[in-house]
Design a protein around this ligand. Structure first.
Ligand SMILES: CC(C)(COP(=O)(O)OP(=O)(O)OC[C@H]1O[C@@H](n2cnc3c(N)ncnc32)[C@H](O)[C@@H]1OP(=O)(O)O)[C@@H](O)C(=O)NCCC(=O)NCCS
Length: 158
């Protein structure tokens, strides 16, 4: 299997080229919620953003929103461009993002998927997430689905 070359966006120091690459993946996969370069720049400071390359080709990105609130809930999202799916890249990105969230002491892991992203929804359900909420954001036409990792189910404990 091809190992991904993963590059972290360096917060406020992230360059425009990396921010544009991250934005390209996001906006291609989430066309209903287009981000500007300024939006991505702000997220690069607030969140842990990564880019994934396979043999020098951009194939995906990821987001880890650090834990917050009393529940220490982190959000983990893997994204792989449609033409590069089903080669194990999503798994690599997801496992790495999950590890990062754990390192940041997350106790609860969530993800969110656009309802129309059937691949993303299936991937999340197969990785032990359960749906918690479905909602429309202002201006959106397709609902978001929030899901939470069911630790008991994914570890096999009762
Ligand atoms: C979710 C997502 C990241 C998965 O990306 P991916 O690169 O296709 O993920 P993987 O290749 O690791 O796994 C996807 C499927 O391919 C299969 N697969 C993995 N390697 C394979 C290979 N070499 N040959 C054939 N199939 C393979 C996996 O078993 C899995 O099968 P299944 O889900 O149909 O049972 C991608 O679909 C996506 O970007 N979706 C939209 C964004 C989104 O909603 N993200 C939220 C999820 S956290």
């Amino acid at each position: 299997m091809t190992d991904l070359d993963i590059k972290r966006l360096d917060g406020a120091a992230a360059g425009d080229e990396e921010l544009e690459a991250w934005r390209h993946v996001h906006n291609t996969i989430i066309p209903t919620h287009l981000l500007s370069l300024a939006d991505v720049r702000e997220r690069a400071v607030r969140n842990h953003l990564e880019l994934a390359y396979a043999d020098g080709v951009l194939v995906g990105n990821s987001t880890v929103r650090p834990p917050e609130g009393d529940t220490a809930t982190a959000t983990v999202i893997a994204r792989v461009l449609a033409e590069h799916r089903r080669r194990g890249f999503g798994e690599q990105l997801y496992e790495r993002a999950l590890r990062r969230a754990r390192e940041l002491d997350a106790r609860v892991i969530e993800t969110c998927v656009l309802e129309s992203n059937a691949d993303g929804l299936r991937f999340a359900l197969e990785h032990g997430f359960v749906e918690t909420e479905r909602y429309l954001l202002d201006g959106d036409t397709i609902p978001w689905i929030d899901l939470r990792l069911d630790e008991a189910a994914s570890t096999g404990s009762p």
